[in-house]
Design a protein around this ligand. Structure first.
Ligand code: BTN
Length: 262
């Protein structure tokens, strides 16, 4: 499954700095470092099927330009995914959420659910967050942060009771490189499935991840719409149900923010 040799990457034309070790895992080339600013930024110029992970990030990036606390003991991983042409790839954030959720399920995490588009929660506490960046045409960098053994609330007291850690949820949580391999394995499967059959083939799996129906508020670039979250349609558009049984759909690019109200 994994090649054993950890070879330092030479600089030269390679955009990965020399301090990285490189291994080959599940069809991916993985560059591992002690510390980087943000793994997404290091992965920005790498070719498809490369991934970067680091023990610590000094400038971890979250959605909405937030800082992502990335203390030692968490998994901070960025995977460069090749994307084909066509609008189906807009649903990639949902596919990445599915891949990470599947990997966590294999490890025995229960009561995991996704909050649109791809936060992974257990008992309303955030276990994993995903940030997708497109730096180059033809690829997307999927940034994956999973709280494992780290203690984010010690870095930011506002996170108290807001986060979940894998180590508290399963009997034997894996070493971080094993967790990275497992997630990359599931991510490869999802991307290949999207390539072969489009996003439609993944819809039933994605729609099983949302948990019980919830009241939500959508911020559509300043206009607020309220309703019940109804999952996603075959194109990955968000479905909003109203109390009379009607529904509206919104592309992910139209929804600036989704707030859950229960
Ligand atoms: C969020 O929920 O706000 C998204 C968090 C994404 C964090 C990951 S950690 C690996 C990758 N590198 C970053 O700088 N961010 C993502």
């Amino acid at each position: 499954m994994e090649s054993q040799a950890a070879v330092p990457v030479k600089n030269g034309d390679n955009p990965v700095p020399e301090l990285f070790c490189t291994t080959h895992v599940e069809g991916w080339t993985v560059h591992a470092a002690q510390e980087v600013g943000s793994t997404n930024m290091v992965a920005a110029k790498l070719p498809p099927w490369n991934a970067v992970c680091a023990r610590r990030q000094t400038a971890g990036r979250g959605r909405f330009q937030r800082t992502w606390i990335s203390d030692e003991g968490g998994l901070w991983l960025s995977a460069v995914v090749p994307i084909g042409e066509g609008s189906g790839w807009r649903a990639l954030p949902l596919g990445v959420g599915l891949a990470v959720s599947d990997a966590l399920g294999v490890l025995g995490v229960r009561n995991l659910r996704m909050r649109w588009p791809n936060d992974l929660l257990v008992d309303n506490r955030k276990l994993a967050g995903l940030l997708l960046d497109q730096f180059e045409p033809g690829t997307v960098v999927a940034g994956i942060g999973v709280n494992v053994y780290n203690q984010p609330e010690q870095c930011d007291p506002a996170l108290k009771d807001q986060t979940a850690r894998l180590a508290d949820l399963v009997g034997a949580s894996p070493a971080l490189p094993e967790l990275a391999s497992l997630i990359l394995c599931h991510l490869r499967r999802v991307v290949e499935q999207m390539n072969a059959g489009g996003f439609g083939a993944l819809i039933p799996e994605v729609n099983r991840l949302w948990g019980t129906p919830r009241k939500v508020e959508l911020d559509l670039d300043g206009v607020i719409r309220r309703g019940i979250f109804g999952g996603v349609d075959s194109e990955g558009n968000l479905i909003l149900l109203d109390e009379l049984g009607g529904s509206s759909t919104f592309g992910s690019h139209q929804v600036r923010h989704l707030k859950e109200n229960n």
